[in-house]
Design a protein around this ligand. Structure first.
Ligand code: ADP
Ligand code: ASP
Ligand code: MG
Length: 410
């Protein structure tokens, strides 16, 4: 008898018929003799609708109350699935994050899981029950409800699998695995049968939202095998696992894009020691994550300073930057939300030269201007105008030989 954690995403629980489909899959696993813990997302669109409602209610909704509100999405789906399973004759119990003892820090909206007690989950499993846990939520030491950031149910599932030492964590979603790039953008994307934790980590952090980054970090740290697969088909999906000797080692193994960043530029900044600190320290103190940073040299000890932040933080970042600009005597501040980051990723890049120039040639061929560029040992990213995102992804996918071979017509 094994222990399996199954997580179903928003599309997979999008309406009552789909929740019934989930119930049938869960029942099948249970009937095969395994213990099952199910982790659910809210119905697709629900979290966005709740955020929109809060923004209609007030301009800057209180963060604690926002988490109380957002957690209701997952509360709905766990209750519905438990009801359906009970009607089918199974013993099932739904638990909210705090009831499953998911303890987090207190950073509302982006809380990190510190510990999962899981004693109640274990008791229920030992009783022969199917346990259904609300994803995306936990509670802090004071008992306040917290949420884990968008896509956080993946992290709930992997963390619960780690705490229970489950045999596997299955992530059921609306695609049938992890692909070389988003299959909804590039029809020629190829499904990977296996992908290493490290490459998945890089893909997730650069925009492949099929898994939340934190979930891959947990999986790697606690060595949880993760199986990403479709909730609508039975075929095997992609195993996310420890790198092994016969995994494909391509120079570039994936292409990603991220439209969730915005760019801020301070023009005409005096070029002297301490300026980067003066600009970025207040941003960090406001809890805003800065991704790319670029500083140009101009004549006469004057420079332009550009950085990117999450789109959701653009208003706060702009306000702070305007204040700093006045203090340091910068000429003006500009914000541009219409950007995207496209990246090519591959561990094989470490030992190959010429990857960057190949990427730049592909962008040049499509006449796409690169606004910012950054590189690491295993990836190259550039910021472009948002409207060219899909074009850039497809061009890079082809350039680096990732396209699926044409299917032969017989
Ligand atoms: P869920 O609601 O099940 O959590 P998400 O929408 O969060 O699903 O994640 C699945 C989506 O991730 C897919 O529909 C796909 O558009 C997107 N995606 C982005 N990059 C990739 C990739 N490399 N492989 C597979 N899917 C990807
Ligand atoms: N419902 C949350 C979201 O939409 C969490 C999740 O689906 O994983 O981001
Ligand atoms: Mg998701």
């Amino acid at each position: 008898m094994g222990l399996i954690v199954q997580k179903y995403g928003g599309t997979s629980v999008g309406d009552i018929d789909r929740i019934r489909n989930v119930a049938r899959r869960v029942a099948r696993t249970y009937d095969a003799g395994d213990k099952v813990v199910v982790v659910l997302s809210a119905m697709s669109g629900t979290t966005d609708r709740l955020i929109a409602m809060a923004e209609e209610a007030c301009e800057r909704p209180d963060k604690r109350e926002m988490d109380v509100l957002l957690a209701t999405g997952e509360q709905t789906t766990v209750a519905l699935l438990a009801m359906i399973l009970k009607c089918m004759g199974y013993q099932a119990t739904s638990l909210l994050g705090f009831q499953a003892e998911v303890v987090t820090d207190c950073s509302c909206g982006a809380a990190r899981i510190l510990n999962i007690g899981a004693s109640r989950i274990r008791r229920l499993l030992d009783d022969g029950q199917i346990v259904i846990v609300a994803g995306f939520q936990g509670s802090d030491a004071e008992g306040n409800i917290t949420t884990l950031g968008r896509g956080g149910s993946d992290t709930s599932a992997v963390a619960i699998a780690a705490a229970l030492k489950a045999d596997t964590c299955e992530i059921y979603t609306d695609v049938d695995g992890v692909y070389t790039t988003d299959p909804n953008i590039c029809k020629k994307a190829r499904k990977l049968s296996r992908v290493s934790y490290d490459e998945m980590l890089e893909m997730a952090s650069l925009g492949a939202k099929v898994l939340q980054i934190r979930s891959v970090e947990f999986a790697k740290k606690y060595n949880v095998p993760v199986h990403v697969r479709s909730s609508f088909k039975d075929e095997e999906g992609t195993m996310v696992m420890q790198e092994d000797a016969d995994m494909e080692r391509l120079v570039v193994s994936g292409v990603t894009c991220n439209k969730n960043e915005a760019r801020i530029t301070l023009k005409g900044v005096p070029d002297r020691p301490g300026i980067a600190f003066r600009i970025l320290n207040p941003i960090a103190e406001a809890g805003i994550l800065v991704d790319m940073i670029i500083q140009n040299t101009r004549s006469g000890n004057i420079t332009d300073f550009t950085f990117t932040v999450p789109k959701t933080d653009i208003r706060d970042a702009l306000e702070i930057s305007k204040k700093v600009a006045e203090e340091i005597g910068a000429e003006e501040v500009m914000a541009d939300p219409n950007i995207a980051k496209v990246s090519v990723i591959g561990v094989g890049m470490k030992n190959h030269s010429g990857v960057a120039s190949k990427m730049f040639a592909a962008m040049c061929e499509e006449n796409i201007n690169m606004i910012m560029i950054s590189t690491s040992e295993i990836r190259i990213s550039c910021i472009i105008e948002e409207k060219y995102t899909e074009l850039a992804v497809r061009a890079l996918h082809t350039t680096f030989g990732l396209d699926r071979p044409e299917e032969k017509l017989s």
